[in-house]
Ligand binder design. Structure first.
Ligand SMILES: [Zn+2]
Length: 330
């Protein structure tokens, strides 16, 4: 028993004549169990969860599942259609990551949030929000959980973060208005998964897509929806906001990255080590070197290509204070 359904929930009719919809996949299992919501493309330029979700939905047998899994592959179709982080509309509240719980008669962005809350989040027991590196060229493999959560709720969030097995776990303040923060305010355990990048090419995408898909399965196993063999890695890197330091471009230019593969994330770096070099695309002169500010581990990186002044470059978890933790520790 159990079934898979797909529907498109109407949000609004647009000026250009098109219909704005939010896509929703639902897999109902054959027995009672929790309801889990996974939503991606909260930022419109972070598409990598989409192919992973496609595989996940294809592989799950409803008969072998308990409870319900809801998947929204594209939470902000407007921003996605423009391949931009936020919705292009004439209003300040145009970042879906800051618009929850939304409003039925607010901005387009708030209407999308309200639709997601009404149709998929209100009665969910757990919420998983997805991000990936976006148009800026960053690559990621981590799970964030919120630092301001009451202890009982935080314990469940930590357990979910570890179960996902992304390899890097970050305790960080998650902003108001995000799906995770709103879910937490309603007492629902919630985490933010950020894995992969945009337009990396198939060979580079493969390990990221597999991690998104397999991590989701392991988490669903942990939450009692699926029987899963996979266990998260023995040791994962855990750090808080205190340990996080960054090396970002002060100047625009063409970046040559020295860390642009899946395997580069979590690698050991030493203070002063060059992570990337930026040259002027007009004169070809070197304009800047991006160096690791501390001894530690690379926690996000970016691929070679054009960068703008003030964009994100590389981030390092300081060796002092970061921990390699085993399951059960968190
Ligand atoms: Zn994002």
């Amino acid at each position: 028993m159990g079934e898979k359904t797909y529907r498109e929930i109407k949000v609004a009719r647009l000026l250009g004549g098109g219909q704005l919809v939010v896509p929703l996949h639902e897999i109902s299992g054959s027995g009672n169990g929790p309801k889990v919501l996974m939503l991606a493309v909260v930022h419109g330029d972070e598409p990598l969860p989409i192919p992973a979700f496609r595989e996940l939905v294809g592989e799950i047998e409803p008969g072998a599942m308990k409870g319900m899994l809801r998947i929204i592959p594209v939470a902000n179709p407007v921003a996605f259609g423009q391949f931009e982080r936020m919705t292009r509309e004439r209003h300040d509240i145009n970042n879906l990551w800051r618009a929850f719980p939304g409003s039925e008669n607010g901005t387009m962005t708030q209407m999308m949030a309200a639709t997601i809350v009404r149709e998929a989040m209100e009665d969910a027991d757990y919420v998983v929000e997805y991000h990936s590196g976006g148009a800026g060229g960053r690559i990621q493999r981590r799970v964030d959980f919120d630092t301001e959560t009451p202890p009982d709720l935080m314990r469940t969030c930590r357990r979910m973060a570890f179960a996902y097995g992304a390899g890097i776990i970050h305790q960080v303040r998650i902003p108001e208005g995000s799906p995770v923060k709103y879910a937490l305010s309603k007492g629902k355990p919630a985490i933010s998964v950020e894995i992969g990048g945009a337009y990396l090419g198939e060979a580079q995408n493969e390990p990221f897509v597999a991690l998104i898909r397999d991590g989701a399965k392991t988490l669903l196993g942990e939450l009692g929806l699926l029987q899963v063999e996979r266990k998260p890695e023995e040791k994962q890197l855990f750090f808080t906001q205190k340990e996080r330091v960054e090396a970002n471009p002060r100047n625009g230019g063409y970046l040559l990255s020295r860390a642009e593969r899946f395997e580069d994330l979590r690698k050991k770096v030493t203070k002063g080590e060059i992570l990337g070099e930026i040259f002027d695309p007009f004169s070809f002169k070197e304009v800047e070197q991006l160096r690791s500010p501390e001894d530690g581990y690379l926690i996000f990186s970016r691929v070679s290509g054009p960068v703008e002044a003030g964009e994100k470059g590389f981030a390092v978890a300081k060796k002092i204070g970061s921990m390699w933790v085993a399951n059960g520790y968190l």
